[in-house]
Design a protein around this ligand. Structure first.
Ligand SMILES: Cc1cc2nc3c(=O)[nH]c(=O)nc-3n(C[C@H](O)[C@H](O)[C@H](O)COP(=O)(O)OP(=O)(O)OC[C@H]3O[C@@H](n4cnc5c(N)ncnc54)[C@H](O)[C@@H]3O)c2cc1C
Ligand code: FES
Length: 263
């Protein structure tokens, strides 16, 4: 495990110190850890595996996009849906405790000509947060859909990081209304794109919304991952161009390239 500072692109295991572990709703957690070397290696769109226990149970790390980096403090954060055992353990981590992270892995988000729009559901926005924070001039609009009541703290955290985020709530209790689909731009220009991430139902609805211009719509997908560095073929996505590994080959998929919407 590495706890010294050097710059390489390889994937390593890092001993990190928990700075904070917060619940931002009953289903969303935010974990910030300190490890200067890992923080300095993160590029927008890349991921880390969090090993929720010091023992081998659970054995596998849990993959997450890096949602935020503070290079000055040497800190990085992940924003996650609380799903099962691993994420429940993450929610209980105490400040000052040690946690192992592996990374960075995954293909960084591509550079952009012109501006992109971002549409995300729930914690799916995590994939794009660091990009939007680092390159605000590259983001035209950023739309986030969340359930509503009980998610105020989560909405506040995202707005703090990305002040231009436009929030929509299923129950309409706050934000700009109950559906981003009423305002998502259509008839996109030559170099305009939509990057998206969220539950399969949300991605399917986006594909329908953009059925006349699916070549402008891109998905960031989740698959089950084991190794994180291209060896196990656990994270393969079937595309019209053959099988692609999420961790090693491709980060964004054109909506007309895939029929698989992830986990
Ligand atoms: C590249 C990548 C980036 C991700 N980024 C985020 C993120 O930023 N925020 C977020 O909320 N979620 C993200 N996910 C999904 C997240 O990894 C899972 O929700 C999490 O691993 C569930 O762990 P668990 O132990 O709580 O659930 P359990 O159901 O107990 O997990 C059991 C096993 O399945 C794996 N697993 C379960 N669900 C998924 C899933 N959807 N994707 C991959 N592996 C899964 C776990 O790693 C574990 O090995 C990402 C997934 C991938 C592949
Ligand atoms: S997780 Fe093993 S190949 Fe991607």
């Amino acid at each position: 495990m590495s706890d010294t500072c050097s710059h390489t692109n390889k994937i390593d295991d890092f001993k990190c110190i928990v700075v904070s572990s917060e619940a931002l709703s009953d289903k969303i957690g935010w974990l910030t850890v300190r490890c200067r070397e890992l923080a300095e290696r993160i590029l927008p769109g890349t991921c880390v595996m969090v090993f929720p226990s010091a023992s081998n149970d659970p054995l596998l790390g849990r993959p997450f996009a890096v949602a935020d980096v503070d290079v000055i403090k040497g800190e990085l954060s992940v924003c996650y849906m609380v799903i099962g055992r691993g994420t429940e353990m993450m929610l209980r981590m105490s400040p000052g405790s040690e946690v192992r992270l592996r990374g960075p892995f995954g293909v960084p988000l591509p550079s952009v000509d012109g501006k992109i729009n971002i549409a995300a559901g729930g914690a799916g926005i995590a994939t794009f947060l660091y990009f939007a924070k680092k390159y605000p001039e590259k983001v035209a609009d950023i739309f986030l859909g969340i359930p509503g009541c009980g998610y105020e703290k989560y909405a506040a955290r995202i707005s703090e990081l990305i002040p231009k985020v436009r929030i929509f709530t299923d129950d309409g209790t706050f934000g700009e209304g109950n559906s981003m689909f009423k305002v998502l731009p259509k008839g996109l220009g030559e170099s305009e794109k939509i990057w998206s991430c969220g539950p399969p139902g949300f991605l399917k609805a986006l594909k329908k919304h953009y059925e006349d211009e699916t070549e402008k719509l891109y998905f960031s997908l989740d698959k089950r991952m084991a190794c994180g560095y291209g060896g196990c073929m656990g994270c393969v996505v079937e595309t019209v161009n053959g099988q692609k590994r999420l961790c090693a080959d491709q980060s964004l998929f054109r909506a007309d390239e895939v029929t698989d919407y992830g986990n």
